[in-house]
Design a protein. Structure first.
Length: 72
């Protein structure tokens, strides 16, 4: 079994595509590219760490959402 890092994501708001944007416990910005309530989150970094940046690298970690996961 692959061991994942732990990451806490704090909701900042929604980007220009209405995707939830989070700030990670590591100071980087992340986006949920599939924020449907009935699906698992697909978390990616934000290109150049910009709030409205494109989704970049997929993240594989044990994630805690603060205060909760924002979904459509």
């Amino acid at each position: 079994m692959e061991k994942h890092e732990k990451l806490t994501l704090t909701l900042l708001g929604r980007d220009s595509w209405s995707r939830p944007v989070y700030e990670g416990s590591d100071g980087n910005l992340y986006v949920d590219t599939d924020p449907c309530a009935d699906r698992q989150p697909r978390i990616c970094t934000k290109y150049r760490n910009a709030f409205d940046g494109e989704p970049d690298t997929p993240v594989h970690a044990d994630i805690t959402f603060v205060p909760c996961r924002d979904t459509w």
